[in-house]
Design a protein around this ligand. Structure first.
Ligand code: PEP
Ligand code: MN
Length: 337
């Protein structure tokens, strides 16, 4: 149930509607927009007549949300969500670029990548400390040591930090070291983890699962929003299709579709999306042109010797070249970088 309050509705009127919704068994989520306050009531709708609320003072309109996700749907925040973190905005006019290696490996590696990435214009430093690898024999990440290195390096360069959480027991560690918590593609439907991230006060970047539909992605976001954490950034990172030439198929079409269906910001990850260094730049350009609010790009100081995902990692010079190209595209689509 979605209740849009009139412009200038008083706090008493809003409270009265919230009370009525709670009385009827709904859990209420409030979104204060620039013009209207919107109340999202999640709960039993079958026997509820929206007219009951529509006639209340200060109510502009009341309607059922027919999509299975409610709080993630565009009508809940028609003007769009801007996720603000450490002076950076995801979903605003500026496009945010996240860069860094697949895995944090050594102090020298992360320092070298961060120094060059920030010079080229990246705002957020990425790096996995807990790695979800297909093989149990592959490098699994440095764990807490990796998070510490990431934090210290980012602080030296005035960058923010993002890293992947693999299960809910790692949440306290993440809260200590990172600014944005990444949920990887393989955990997009780890509902227990998502529920717990709903109670965290840090933004969550939620990656689309390898075989997840857009609706499933939005339903996973809904888990986090329903827990009270509204700072969710979605990430299109490529899906599995019948095509085997590339590692995945970056679903560029998901970007404008998500923008229509949801108010949440969406970034694109062309590195995992295509899996080959030689195609990352054109895919990044395409994602930005299609409306992505940001990009997540794997960059390594020595990609051929990377401990994970070297084939899809740009070297620093390629990354700097990418940033140059992105600036032109950002300008062409009315955004800044
Ligand atoms: C990563 O960002 O390094 C990663 C493992 O991504 P994904 O979950 O998209 O595979
Ligand atoms: Mn990777």
């Amino acid at each position: 149930m979605l209740v849009v309050m009139e412009q200038g509705a008083t706090e008493e009127q809003i409270e009265a509607v919230i009370d009525r919704l709670v009385e009827k068994g709904f859990t209420v989520h409030r979104s204060t927009g620039v013009v209207h306050t919107v109340l999202g009531g999640v709960g039993p709708m079958e026997d509820f007549d929206p007219l009951e609320l529509e006639v209340m003072d200060g109510v502009k309109e009341c309607r059922r949300i027919i999509s299975p996700y409610k709080l993630a749907s565009r009508p809940f925040r028609p003007e769009g969500t801007v996720v603000r973190v450490g002076g950076i905005e995801f979903g605003g006019n500026q496009v945010v670029v996240i860069a860094g290696p697949c895995s944090v490996e050594t102090p020298e590696q992360i320092e070298s990548v961060a120094a060059q990435a920030v010079r080229a214009g990246a705002k957020v430093l990425r790096g996995g400390a807990f790695k979800p690898r297909s093989s149990p024999y592959s490098f699994q990440g440095l764990g807490e040591e990796g998070l510490r290195l990431l934090r210290e390096t980012a602080d030296r360069h005035g960058m923010l930090v993002i890293s992947e959480v693999m299960d809910h027991t790692q949440i306290p560690l993440m809260e200590r070291y990172v600014d944005i918590i990444q949920v990887g593609a393989r955990n997009m439907q780890n509902f227990n983890l998502l529920k717990q991230l709903g109670a965290v006060s840090k933004p969550v970047l939620l990656k689309r699962g390898l075989s997840a539909t857009i609706e499933e992605l939005l339903l996973s976001a809904e888990y986090i929003l329903a827990g009270g954490n509204y700072d969710v950034i979605l990430c299109e990172r490529g899906i599995r299709t019948f095509e085997t030439y590339t590692r995945n198929t970056l679903d560029i079409s998901a970007i404008p579709v998500v923008k229509k269906l949801s108010h949440l910001p969406i970034v694109a990850d062309p590195s995992h999306g295509i899996g080959r260094r030689d195609f990352v730049i054109p895919m990044a350009r395409a994602a930005l042109a299609a409306g992505a609010d940001g990009l997540l790009v794997e960059v390594h100081n020595d990609p051929d010797r990377a401990w994970s995902d070297g084939a899809q990692s740009l070297n620093p010079a390629q990354f700097a070249e990418l940033m140059q190209q992105l600036r032109m595209i950002a300008q062409a689509v009315g955004r800044s970088l």
